[in-house]
Design a protein around this ligand. Structure first.
Ligand code: FUL
Length: 469
């Protein structure tokens, strides 16, 4: 059996190679491709602000105020796993400079607090909990530090690098490293000139497969807002020439949509909090986003080809509040129900393209098989399903290994005696979930109007989402 599988996959790869797909550059790195498949993971903001009710601490908070009564990183990781999140990114140090592990390079850490008699270590506990649950961990380490006495001097850059090293070596590997864009004054009123080039080299040297987030990459970019909305048009490409991390980024609309002809593959990540604030505040207990709101965010982030980083802040006990956990579970149920039944699974697929082979790769649920058109624009794919079905969403995925190609497409459905348009779209990218008003039909036609090169699609599905926002 094993041999047959090996021969078959060899044949498949030979077949696809014989089609000689010319990549459209830039293309994602292997690491970025792995990142794209994660889709959804959690963010955790936790620290002195949780206890002072602030969003941005001043840096002069007494370490003793950090005193969770029932901290359990196991709960965070279990809930994340049950919610379908692929990992957790923790604010190991926010702008107030307090480190959630006993860093050698700071005197403002859990070690200086009374919590667990100064023996506690949140970073270590979370890294063990994530391993136990089989999810990944990432870290947010704020470059802006309102506590460190060296902040605002060139020496701080060395300290920041040493701190990253300490984190990665002791608690890594991490799937993602998060550089926040905020850059204000330190305790002495000075601002820091960050040496991001050195930071980047240091991280990649320590862990070459790391994904680094900042407003403009190098690996992934900010989506330009904190609402969780990535542009309906979303190019995974970005031009960064003339911009510098920490000193200025392209306009937020550009970050939201990418650059059509961008020089680098820097896809968008949508960071958003489940509550109005990033940190826990009791008075926001009844302002937790509903599963419906979260699902809408999912459609506008993952459904627009990026990843969703959803913040869930633990409370003063050091646990997720029941309202947040309930919303996460509701959100997971909605996703499971929405995408349980793919109405295209048994569809007969036809095309006007000369490439009539491999069409079933579009519905085989195998992300490494694909269908590559031979001709360029106005390529049509018609999906005929056995009997009429009710549906309101079509999901499309490009094989982005070969670059992002589709510029515009539309979806039509067979109504009475002809095709009628139900959706007009622009980019597809890694995933596009096109949603529209509910229709009944036995035929859907997708037309790729404009592409940079013949389209390469790996998946097309159709769904009826009962709770469409
Ligand atoms: C911003 C920060 O200033 C917020 O406090 C939060 O950490 C958010 C994710 O990024 O830039």
């Amino acid at each position: 059996m094993k041999k047959i599988i090996i021969v078959l996959s060899l044949l498949l790869s030979l077949q696809s190679k014989s089609q000689k797909i010319q990549p459209v550059y830039p293309v994602p790195t292997k690491q970025q491709l792995v990142w794209h498949e994660k889709e959804f993971y959690l963010f955790i903001h936790f620290g002195p602000n949780t206890f002072t009710d602030k969003e941005w601490g001043e840096g002069d908070e007494r370490p003793d105020i950090f005193n969770p009564t029932q901290l359990d990183c196991g709960q965070w990781a279990r809930v994340a796993k049950q919610a379908g999140a692929k990992g957790i990114i923790l604010t190991t140090k926010h702008h107030d400079g307090f480190s959630l592990w006993p860093s050698k390079y700071s005197t403002h850490t859990v070690r200086e607090s009374k919590w667990m008699n100064g023996k506690g270590n949140v970073v270590k506990a979370l890294s063990e909990a994530c391993k136990k649950e089989g999810i990944e961990m990432g870290v947010y380490l704020s470059p802006w530090d309102r506590n460190h006495p060296k902040y605002g001097t060139p020496e701080y850059n060395d300290i920041y690098i040493a701190t990253m090293k300490e984190l990665i070596q002791q608690y890594g590997p991490f799937f993602e490293f998060w550089w926040d864009g905020a850059n204000g004054e330190g305790p002495n009123g000075k601002k820091q000139v960050y040496d991001f080039r050195r930071f980047e080299n240091a991280v990649f040297k320590l862990q070459p497969n790391m994904i680094i987030f900042s407003d403009i990459g190098p690996s992934i970019r900010w989506c330009g807002n904190e609402k969780g909305f990535i542009g309906n048009t979303n190019w995974n490409l970005l031009d960064t020439a003339g911009f510098a991390r920490g000193l200025g980024a392209p306009h937020v609309d550009t970050l939201n949509q990418g650059n059509f002809n961008g020089k680098h593959w820097i896809p968008a990540e949508a960071d958003v909090s489940i509550r109005p604030g990033w940190f826990y505040h009791k008075e926001e207990d009844d302002k937790v986003k509903t599963p419906e709101t979260l699902f809408n965010i999912y459609l506008r982030s993952v459904g627009n080809g990026g990843n969703l980083l959803l913040n869930v802040p633990p409370d003063r006990r050091g646990l997720f509040h029941p309202n947040d956990s309930a919303a996460l579970m509701g959100f997971a149920r909605m996703r499971a129900e929405a995408f349980r039944t793919d109405l295209f699974v048994n569809a007969v697929i036809t095309t006007n393209d000369p490439q009539k082979k491999n069409l079933l790769n579009l519905t085989d649920k195998n992300i490494s098989s694909y269908w590559a058109a031979k001709s360029g624009n106005e390529v049509q794919l018609t999906f005929t399903i056995p009997g009429e079905q009710t549906l309101n969403a079509v999901s499309l995925e490009e094989m982005i290994d070969y670059g992002q190609r589709v510029i515009s497409f539309s979806i039509e459905y067979w109504h009475k005696d002809r095709f009628e348009k139900i959706f007009s779209g622009t980019t597809i990218g890694r995933k596009k979930i096109a949603s529209f008003s509910t229709i009944k039909t036995d035929r859907i036609r997708i037309t790729i109007h404009e592409t940079k090169a013949p389209v390469v699609l790996r998946s097309v599905g159709a769904y009826y989402i009962k709770t469409m926002p």
